[in-house]
Design a protein around this ligand. Structure first.
Ligand code: PLP
Length: 392
């Protein structure tokens, strides 16, 4: 029988995740599987908790990888914290904020959405007014809104939430490993991420951390956590000293995440963040030289994900299809109101390299010349070369 896996090509992953995986992370995935209660595996698991604390900049004891993708981190956060009739404030400026609202509503929380336009950041002063008006159990926000490419001011929002007794929940799915995430300094009580973005692992784990305050809220619940698989009161018994079996830990993914975090810490977090910023700026410069426009204003752009406006007359999907079939490059499509109107270009983790920026720009220039809708002539500015006079 044919093995479909033999035909997997190496695609340069420049969408909103997953990102390219470092060969050393692939090597970690192929190491011998140990038992999930094996003493040496537990040593690795403890080592992973410590690495996660370092990358999240937290001292929280309960800092673990949740089995499942980023959505499992989101679901686990809400399902452990929310009880019916709890008041929850979700700061929303994109699809993942909307998803947070949905998750909280299914748990019968009373959800207030503080909405901001897609493509604009959350405004801290508005959050301040909202938390003064009403007492919330949870205030939740997305750090890096992957649907739009906007960075939200999580640190500033944290200073506002700190003045209340609300639990501050931050989604760091796209930001962790590509920009500063300082959980304790931001007065953040609960934070989750995912492995397939700037951590450059395959998808499958959701790194998560709960502060003592957040864990106290879980312990103080009137009723048990309604979801057995994600119940932290039980999961804490496996990841803590007791080592009580709850579910089988995804051993190979834990090796992969451990290796990926070591790579980031060996390169140095500051150096990793600068690399992301440098390559982002180079990409924006190249895109603008091609006549393209960024969707988000400069101060709010993410270093790991750029949203690019599809020019009038260009078939958004056709460009992506040609990049994939002729150049082995994957870009992301726009979501929600941005569907058909934007590309999302990821420069996350191992993908964030100078040669990938150059490869994409060269391919995009070729494809754009030939992908205007029938009857439309597309004017694309050729990149400015130093030996030629600049265009006005
Ligand atoms: N939160 C944000 C900000 C995301 O970008 C994503 C996925 O892209 C998720 C949550 C959900 O993560 P996953 O698709 O890994 O379940």
């Amino acid at each position: 029988m044919d093995n479909l896996l033999d035909n997997i090509k190496s695609i340069l992953l420049m969408g909103p995740g997953p990102s390219s995986v470092d060969p050393r992370v692939y090597a970690a995935l192929s190491r011998n599987v140990l038992g999930h209660l094996d003493p040496y595996f537990l040593t690795i698991a403890d080592g992973l908790k410590e690495l996660l604390r370092r990358i999240m900049n937290t001292k929280n004891e309960f800092t673990i990888p949740i089995s499942g993708t980023g959505s499992a981190g989101m679901e686990a956060s809400f399902v452990n914290l929310v009880e019916p009739e709890d008041d929850v404030l979700v700061l929303t400026n994109g699809l993942f904020g909307v998803r947070m609202q949905e998750v909280a509503r299914r748990l019968h929380a009373r959800v207030d959405a503080l909405e901001f336009p897609w493509g604009q950041p959350v405004i801290t002063e508005e959050v301040e007014k909202a938390v003064r008006r009403k007492h919330y159990k949870i205030v939740a926000v997305i750090h890096a809104e992957t649907s739009t490419g906007v960075r939200n001011p999580v640190k500033e929002i944290g200073s506002v939430v700190k003045g209340t007794d609300a639990i501050y929940l931050v989604d760091a799915v796209t930001s962790l490993g590509g920009m500063d995430v300082s959980m304790d300094a931001w007065h953040c009580d609960a934070l989750y991420s995912a492995t397939q973005k700037c951590l450059s692992c395959p998808p499958g784990l959701a790194p998560l951390s709960f502060s003592e305050k957040a864990m106290a809220a879980v312990k103080a619940r009137k009723a048990r956590v309604p979801n057995w698989y994600l119940d932290f009161t039980m999961i804490a018994d496996y990841w803590g000293r007791n080592r009580v079996y709850h579910h089988t830990a995804p051993i190979s993914m834990i090796y992969a995440l451990y290796q990926a975090l070591l790579l980031i810490l060996d390169e140095g977090q500051e150096a990793v963040f600068s690399r992301h910023m440098r390559n982002h700026l180079a990409m924006v410069e190249g895109l603008e030289a091609l006549g393209l426009k960024m969707f988000v204003d400069k101060p709010f752009r993410l270093p790991m994900l750029g949203t690019v406006v599809v020019p009038e007359g260009v078939d958004e999907g056709a460009v992506r299809r040609r990049l994939r079939s002729e150049f082995d490059i994957e870009l992301g499509a726009g979501l929600g109101p941005l569907a058909g109107k934007a590309w999302r270009i990821g420069l996350m983790g191992h993908t964030s390299r100078q040669e990938n920026v150059s490869r994409l720009l060269a391919a995009l220039e070729r494809v754009l010349q030939g992908t205007a809708r029938e009857g439309v002539t597309l004017e694309i500015d050729p990149p400015h070369r130093p030996d030629q006079p600049a265009r006005p």
